[in-house]
Design a protein around this ligand. Structure first.
Ligand code: SAM
Ligand code: DTB
Ligand code: SF4
Length: 336
């Protein structure tokens, strides 16, 4: 039996807070596993129906050749990953993919581009894609690198509901992951997104060789933002051959799955109202592991056989998982 008195006397964690300290977040990670998951499951139920899981689908609208050197990424021009670069897709082709995603049960469509930052010359084409996808009745999301305040306003105007911009890891470990931009750069784009009135999708990656303190650092950074992210993707590193972090994980081994579940549970506790997304890396996870993540507060996934450039479970595998676990797909969130 757990004899940690602090658990029984702990304050109610179901209410969103912005005054977390890094030590407090790290202390959540250190809780007895069963107590941590139980508490996260309880908080999950305060805000959500635990039988509902949101389905989002990704599309890489511009692939490869990226000027950033994110050490995990197949699309960085800095590493030889064998990926073929492709130019920005036409709006009609993107809208056709979105239609197929909707038919497959997705409620949100996320368009990803391998850019350091959005260039103004591309904005009209993006606006056409966004308004076309939105007209299908899907929630729209995009991840296009850094944005200015003006660009964020234009995307919002075109009908973009969510902008994904991850902090990826804790501030202390950031320079081990990427050196072509700073944590502050990321925080500034997130500020522009919030100021424009769009919702934020912001999370990170687990299993890049970081310490638990860095995972706590990421979640601390998210929990102390002026507004918690609306969506919080927790990615497990997909090791890509040719990337520094992919090669490193092949040598040092992948993240302990229980530590991954702890990260999901702490994400649920520090951002209790966020949609916590079990994101990249699901392809390698057993149904039992995914069930534990859903129990620990994950309530969103990416669907369709491909993420941006790497594989994801196919539709029939997820249909079987949902049937086994008695899960239902969440309806799109109605917005003005
Ligand atoms: N270029 C934009 C940017 O970096 O914001 C958007 C695309 S980028 C691929 C989106 C996110 O995907 C990254 O922030 C990272 O968290 C995640 N990601 C990329 N490669 C990954 C990998 N190999 N394993 C896990 N997550 C990955
Ligand atoms: C996020 O956090 N994960 C997604 C989405 N946001 C854009 C991307 C995962 C990419 C995994 C590697 C790939 O397929 O290239
Ligand atoms: Fe470029 Fe995004 Fe990949 Fe970094 S994560 S290299 S910014 S596509």
């Amino acid at each position: 039996m757990a004899d940690d008195a602090s658990i029984r006397t702990a304050p109610d964690l179901s209410q969103p807070r912005h005054d977390w300290t890094l030590d407090q977040v790290e202390a959540l990670f250190a809780r007895p596993f069963m107590e941590l998951v139980f508490e996260a499951a309880r908080v999950h139920r305060v805000w959500f129906d635990p039988s509902e899981v949101q389905k989002s689908q990704l599309l890489s609208i511009k692939t490869g050749g990226c000027a950033e050197n994110c050490g995990y990424c197949s699309q960085s021009a800095s590493f030889d990953t064998g990926l073929k670069a492709e130019k920005l897709m036409d709006a009609t082709a993107v809208i056709a993919e979105a239609m197929a995603a909707k038919a497959g049960g997705a409620s949100r469509f996320c368009m990803g581009a391998a850019w350091r930052e959005l260039k103004d010359r591309d904005t009209p084409k993006l606006a056409a894609m966004i308004s076309g996808v939105k007209a299908l009745g899907l929630e729209t999301c995009a991840t296009l690198g850094m944005l200015t305040a003006d660009q964020a306003r234009q995307l919002k105007e075109a009908g973009l509901d969510y902008y994904n911009h991850n902090l990826d890891t804790g501030p202390e470990y950031y320079a081990e992951v990427v050196t072509t931009r700073t944590y502050q750069d990321r925080l500034e784009t997130l500020q522009h997104v919030r100021d424009s009135g769009m919702s934020t999708c912001c999370g990170g990656i687990v299993g890049m060789g970081e310490a638990r303190r860095d995972r706590a650092g990421l979640l601390h950074a998210l929990a102390t933002l002026p507004e918690h992210p609306d969506s919080l993707p927790v990615n497990a590193l997909v090791p890509v051959t040719g990337t520094p972090l992919g090669e490193r994980v092949k040598k040092d081994g992948e993240i302990d799955p229980i530590e991954f579940v702890r990260t999901v549970a702490v994400a649920r506790l520090v951002c209790p109202r966020a949609m916590v997304r079990l994101s990249a890396g699901r392809e390698g996870m057993s149904p039992e592991m995914q069930a534990l993540c859903f129990l620990a507060g994950a309530n969103s996934i990416f669907v369709g056989g491909r993420l941006l450039t790497t594989p994801n479970p196919e539709e029939d595998a997820d249909a079987a998982l949902f049937a086994q676990l008695d899960l239902r797909a969440m309806e799109p969130i109605a917005r003005a």
